[in-house]
Write a protein of this length. Structure first.
Length: 273
């Protein structure tokens, strides 16, 4: 059956993961007690493994020997496949010239590309980390080398990890090129004993955040019309009071905190749209 599956798929080059595609199809044929000839002639009548659909859709690239037709066309008929870019806007054409890889990712894989770019924005580009550093983290007292760019290497080590507070946050002490840094990190394995506050989305200009920790008093209500630069709250910390303004004009859609409340830096206060 493996030989029959290999023939149906066009005798493809078998390396990981293409060899798995052949194996998955062979197992599916055995499980369905299917005739390879009937499956090849009428693939729409059978459940086809996702890896096989992905291969036929071009997820592994174009096979050197070409596609097995008409089997491929029959197998993909009526199935949700990866989007095909047929027409490009002038903006996309220009982006392909300046940033071809990023633009193709965005056009062909919009969901994963959005997740990736959001992760990079939040955590920076982590591709410079080794697999062990990324997957398993750092060991206390062990120095790690991270090549940031050619000729520049970051020396970092984990010094200590504090106990979680009522918010589920830990104080992590680390050394960066010999300089001590203290970072607050949320421990998802610890259940907070106080309610967590919503964080402002830095990509949304209508999200007004707290600039730092303090006691915030709102000066607007839901439904109020505000102009760009207008004060929507005041914050008091260390005997200092400052105004918090909205960077955009619009209507106050939502208040994320009570009228007067202690907050942390980055907490969402008001949503303007």
């Amino acid at each position: 059956m493996y030989a029959a599956a290999n023939k149906i798929l066009g005798n493809i080059v078998k390396v990981t993961p293409s060899s798995k595609v052949v194996g998955d199809l062979a197992l599916a044929l055995v499980g369905a007690n299917a005739s390879p000839a009937d499956f090849e002639a009428n693939p729409s009548a059978y459940d086809i493994p996702e890896s096989v659909i992905g291969f036929l859709n071009g997820d592994l690239g174009d096979p050197p020997g070409g596609w097995p037709e008409p089997f491929r066309t029959k197998a993909l008929a009526g199935r949700i496949t990866r989007p095909v870019v047929t027409e490009l806007s002038a903006e996309d054409e220009a982006a392909l010239e300046s940033e071809p890889r990023r633009t193709l990712n965005r056009l062909l894989f919009p969901g994963p590309t959005k997740d990736y770019e959001e992760a990079v924005e939040e955590f920076s580009e982590l591709i410079v980390l080794t697999t062990r550093q990324f997957m398993h983290g750092m060991v206390v007292g062990q120095e790690h080398e991270v090549p940031i760019e050619r000729g520049k290497t970051l020396l970092m080590s984990l010094h200590s990890i504090g106990e979680p507070d009522e918010h589920g946050m830990r104080q992590v002490v680390c050394l960066m090129n010999g300089q001590m840094r203290v970072v607050s990190v949320r421990d998802n394995s610890v259940k907070p004993t106080v309610a967590l506050k919503e964080k402002a989305d830095t990509r949304n200009p209508g999200h007004v955040p707290a600039p730092f920790a303090g006691v915030v008093t709102l000066t607007v209500a839901e439904g109020d019309v505000v102009t760009a630069g207008q004060a929507v709250a005041t914050i008091e910390a260390m005997k200092m009071e400052a105004a918090i303004t909205t960077p955009v004009a619009g209507t106050v859609q939502r208040l994320a905190i009570h009228h007067a409340q202690a907050v942390e830096g980055g907490d969402l206060l008001v949503v303007v749209a």
